[in-house]
Design a protein around this ligand. Structure first.
Ligand SMILES: *Cc1c(COP(=O)(O)O)cnc(C)c1O
Length: 361
C-alpha cells in the first residue's frame, strides 16, 4: 500500500475473483461462465460495431434498453444497463443505503455484497443460513431494512420460491429489496412479474452466465422508473459510457436468439442432473441447485485438498476460505465432456488417496 492511499480505503478488502489463467489449458469449472459460445450471429455484429470504435457509445444505451424492456414486457425507463451486473449492484447499494439505512443479506452469499457495502461506507448486517444452507425467510419478513438476496443463492445454488420473495417484498414496503438473479435462468422462478405490483423491488441480471457474454461485461437492473432514474444519476456521475458499443450490439443479438438460449440452459440443467447423480454415487453431499453449479462436499477429502489436487490434474474448481464453507467446493456445470473429465479426475484422486493410505500402513 502506498503512503498516498486514502485512509478511507485502507481497510478495504477487495473481492477475490476466481482464477482466470491465461494459458487456457485447464478444464475451467471455477467461475460459472457458460461452456458454450454465444449464438453465431454475435461475432459478426461485434465486428460491425467495432468499425465505429473511435466514437463513444450511446450514453443512454437506448436500443439495448428497449430490447431488454421488450423481452421482459417492461418499458425502457424500467431498465438500467451496466458493465456487468456487479456495476448495477454497486449503484443499487449506493443509491438507497447509507449510514442511516443499513443493508441486510445472508451470511453466506455472493462475496461482492460486503465489499461494495464497505466501499460505500454502508453498514451491513447478515443472517446466518439454516444448517441445510437454506434461507429462513422469517428473518427478512417485516424487517424494515434494505435487503439484498441472490436468488438462486451463491455459492449454494438453492433458490427461494416466487411466493417467498413476494412475502419479503410485500412486508418491507418502505425499504428496497434487491434480488440478484444472476443464475435465475438455470431453473429458478424470476420475480420480474412482481415488478408490476411492487415499486420497492430491484432485480439485477447478467449476460455473463446463461448468455455466454462474461467477457463482454453486460448486466442490467430492472425496477420502478423512479428507482432506475436515481441509479442512472449515479451511473452518469460515475461512467456515462459504461456499456461499450460492441457489447451493446452483442446483447441485443443474444436476446433475439431465444431458442439458442433456451437450449443451452436446458443442456446445463441436463448436465447438472447427470453430474449430481454421479457425485452422489461417489458419496458426495450435493446441495439441491437451481444454478449452473453444484456445491459439494465429502468427508474423505477437504475442500482445499480437492481443489489443489484437481488443479494439478488440470481441472479448476472453486474453493472458498470462509471457515463456514471451507469443507465445500463449488463446481461449475460445463459440457458433458468437461463433466466426464471432472468426474474421472475425482475418481483418480480417490484411488491415489487409497494407494497412499495403503503405503503408510
Ligand atoms: C456472477 C455473478 C454476478 C455478476 O456477474 P457480472 O459478470 O458482473 O454480471 C452477480 N451476482 C452473482 C451472485 C454472481 O454469481
Amino acid at each position: 500500500m502506498s503512503q498516498y492511499f486514502s485512509k478511507r480505503y485502507q481497510d478495504l478488502e477487495p473481492y477475490i475473483p476466481g482464477e482466470q489463467p491465461q494459458d487456457q489449458s485447464y478444464v475451467k469449472l471455477n467461475t460459472n461462465e457458460s461452456p458454450f459460445d454465444p449464438p453465431k450471429e454475435v461475432i459478426p455484429v461485434i465486428r460491425e460495431a467495432a468499425r465505429n470504435i473511435r466514437l463513444y457509445s450511446d450514453p443512454e444505451s437506448r436500443e439495448l434498453r428497449q430490447a431488454i424492456a421488450d423481452y421482459y414486457g417492461l418499458e425502457p425507463e424500467n431498465v438500467l444497463v451496466t458493465n456487468g451486473s456487479d456495476e448495477g449492484l454497486n449503484y443499487a447499494f449506493m443509491a438507497f443505503s447509507d449510514e442511516d439505512h443499513p443493508i441486510v443479506f445472508p451470511e453466506i452469499t455472493y462475496g461482492f455484497y460486503p465489499v461494495i457495502a464497505k466501499l460505500n461506507h454502508i453498514p451491513y448486517e447478515t443472517f446466518s443460513l439454516r444448517d441445510d444452507f437454506t434461507i429462513d425467510i422469517r428473518d427478512y419478513e417485516g424487517l424494515g431494512k434494505n435487503i439484498c438476496l441472490a436468488n438462486p443463492n451463491a455459492p449454494t445454488g438453492i433458490a427461494l420460491s416466487l411466493e417467498e420473495i413476494e412475502q419479503i417484498v410485500r412486508t418491507n414496503p418502505d425499504n428496497i429489496i434487491i434480488v440478484d438473479e444472476a443464475y435465475v435462468d438455470f431453473g429458478a422462478r424470476s420475480c420480474v412479474p412482481l415488478l408490476y405490483r411492487y415499486d420497492n423491488l430491484l432485480i439485477t441480471q447478467t449476460f455473463s452466465k446463461s448468455r455466454s457474454l462474461a467477457g463482454g461485461r453486460l448486466g442490467f437492473v430492472l425496477g420502478a422508473k423512479e428507482l432506475i432514474a436515481d441509479m442512472n444519476t449515479l451511473r452518469n456521475a460515475t461512467n456515462p459510457y459504461n456499456v461499450n458499443r460492441m457489447t451493446a450490439k452483442a446483447g441485443i443479438v443474444t436476446l433475439r436468439e431465444n431458442t439458442y438460449f433456451k437450449n443451452s440452459c436446458q443442456t446445463i440443467q441436463f448436465n447438472r442432473r447427470y453430474t449430481r447423480r454421479a457425485l452422489e454415487q461417489l458419496g458426495f453431499e450435493v446441495l439441491p441447485s437451481s444454478a449452473n453449479f453444484l456445491f459439494v462436499r465429502i468427508d474423505r477429502i477437504s475442500g482445499e485438498e480437492l481443489y489443489l489436487r484437481m488443479k494439478e490434474k488440470g481441472v479448476l474448481i472453486r474453493h472458498f476460505s470462509d471457515p463456514k464453507i471451507t469443507d465445500w467446493n463449488r463446481v461449475t456445470i460445463g459440457t458433458k465432456v468437461q463433466m466426464d473429465i471432472f468426474l474421472q479426475k475425482v475418481e483418480e484422486i480417490f484411488r491415489e488417496q487409497d494407494e497412499e493410505k495403503e503405503k503408510t500402513k
